[in-house]
Design a protein around this ligand. Structure first.
Ligand SMILES: Nc1ncnc2c1ncn2[C@@H]1O[C@H](COP(=O)(O)OP(=O)(O)OP(=O)(O)O)[C@@H](O)[C@H]1O
Length: 240
């Protein structure tokens, strides 16, 4: 194993142009995420936050610019190959397989890895609530449990870059707190790199180092998350 493969993956996006068919949504976005760090992507509805995550995980084409993971240009790789390169994307809306059991959902997340049973054991240490539910089907879980399962399933692939899109949408304040507690633990214990899309700036500031502010498909500010959180003029201008 190279040294690079043991730590979080760095992500460099340079002048990225992407969109849907003929609709261009990102017009030259550049971000630099250091290995093992956590950044929040913030911005109002429609700014292009989810679009950026989709492009990084290969779901949208790189029409111009480039995406580099570690030292590899992945701009033209398929989503499957990007996942294999160490990227775990947890999209908005819990996409757990409703008819499969929790155990089956988790094992599928390991993407055929021979050590899936060992990974499952390790993961259940972090997600003890899922241990009691292993035999239940995904569709029987509450919204919060499904979100935990979606995150746990992505972690079964041992990602070194985790893309997390609005993980607390629809969760109660209590579950939101629990989920963020868990995310902080995962960040600390897994040492993966995090890119988080989150509307709640206070939560984002707890988990991340830097915040990148997107507006209409362009980066307009990058600054430490905690200073963004206290910049009321900026928040009022761009996030309401
Ligand atoms: N599948 C799609 N087809 C066409 N346009 C899309 C599609 N998905 C998103 N868009 C458009 O791309 C733009 C950016 O959307 P995106 O979902 O990235 O925004 P966002 O910043 O994540 O906002 P939100 O917080 O509302 O999810 C919006 O104008 C949206 O209408």
């Amino acid at each position: 194993m190279t040294e690079e493969s043991e730590a979080g993956l760095g992500l460099v996006v340079e002048n990225l142009v992407t969109g849907y068919g003929s609709i261009e949504v990102l017009h030259g976005v550049s971000i630099n995420v250091e290995p093992g760090s956590a950044v929040a992507i913030v911005g109002s509805n429609g700014a292009g936050k989810s679009t950026l995550l989709r492009a990084v995980s290969g779901l949208l084409p790189v029409l111009a610019g480039s995406i580099t993971l570690g030292s590899h240009d992945v701009s033209s790789l398929s989503p499957h190959k990007i996942a294999r390169a160490g990227v775990g994307h947890i999209p908005e809306g819990r996409q757990v397989l409703q008819r499969l059991t929790v155990r089956e959902n988790l094992i599928l997340g390991a993407q055929g890895s021979a050590d899936a049973p060992e990974r499952l054991d390790a993961l259940l240490e972090t997600f003890p609530a899922l241990r009691d539910k292993l035999g239940q089907v995904g569709g029987q879980l509450s919204g919060g449990q499904q979100q935990m399962l979606a995150i746990a399933r992505a972690l079964m692939a041992n990602p070194r870059l985790i893309l997390l899109d609005e993980p607390t949408v629809g969760l109660s304040p209590k579950l939101t707190d629990e989920l963020y507690y868990l995310l902080a633990r995962i960040r600390h214990e897994w040492k993966a790199t995090f890119v988080l899309v989150e509307q709640n700036i206070a939560l984002a500031a707890d988990l991340t180092d830097q915040a990148i502010l997107l507006q209409r498909g362009r980066v307009i500010r990058t600054e430490p998350s905690k200073s963004l959180m206290h910049d009321e003029d900026l928040l009022k201008a761009y996030l309401t």
